[in-house]
Design a binder for this molecule. Structure first.
Ligand code: S3P
Length: 180
């Protein structure tokens, strides 16, 4: 399988693990949020502010449509935005593009990681961040599981073991083991 798609909630480390894995294997790394920012010459926060969430979600679907229409055989790690798997159309496109790994973490772990003033994530802007995290996690869990070929628990593992498990998945050594 040439392409590995990393999905998961905000703060689950999709970009960190994805970048590290690609660097390790000397293969291409793509972050869909960065692609959307480049294409629009705006930050994600600006896109939400100017055009709203729905427009951003359409941009995510457009990215997947373009990607699936121009699939190549280049090995690539793709980290996607945390809300991308919510649309069922997107989940179908993700499955078409590559092997999907859900980087799963408990709510408390994510809350700690997402603590602090960070205005780059509009879905968590304003007060009651922890409640927003609980609500979104609950809303999204089924979508993450539906899209996933593999569920990789990350909260009790160090960087190296997550990277090794991802390498195993990419190189087909984890067939038949859905949950790691
Ligand atoms: C979002 C997650 C963000 C980004 C946007 C919306 C979400 O990506 O796509 O702010 O709805 O969960 P990260 O998961 O990389 O933070």
């Amino acid at each position: 399988m040439e392409k590995l798609i990393l999905e998961g909630f905000m703060g689950s480390g999709k970009s960190t693990y994805g970048r590290e894995l690609a660097k390790n294997l000397l293969i291409k790394f793509t972050d869909t949020d960065c692609e959307i920012e480049k294409k629009n010459q705006k930050t994600i926060a600006n896109i939400f502010e100017l055009y709203g969430e729905e427009a951003f979600r359409n941009m995510e679907t457009d990215y997947l449509l373009e990607k699936s229409a121009s699939l190549d055989k280049v090995e690539e790690i793709i980290s996607i935005g945390g809300g991308m798997p919510v649309r069922s159309e997107n989940r179908e496109l993700m499955k078409k593009i590559g092997t999907v790994v859900y980087l799963k973490a408990e709510a408390d772990f994510l809350k700690k990681r997402l603590r602090g003033k960070d205005n780059s994530r509009p879905m968590l802007a304003g007060d009651n961040k922890d409640e927003k995290i609980d609500r979104l996690l609950e809303e999204r869990e089924d979508a993450y599981l539906d899209a996933a070929d593999y569920v990789l628990h990350i909260d009790k593992k160090d960087l190296d073991s997550v990277i090794n498990e991802l390498k195993g998945i990419l190189h087909g050594r984890r067939k038949g083991m859905r949950e790691l």
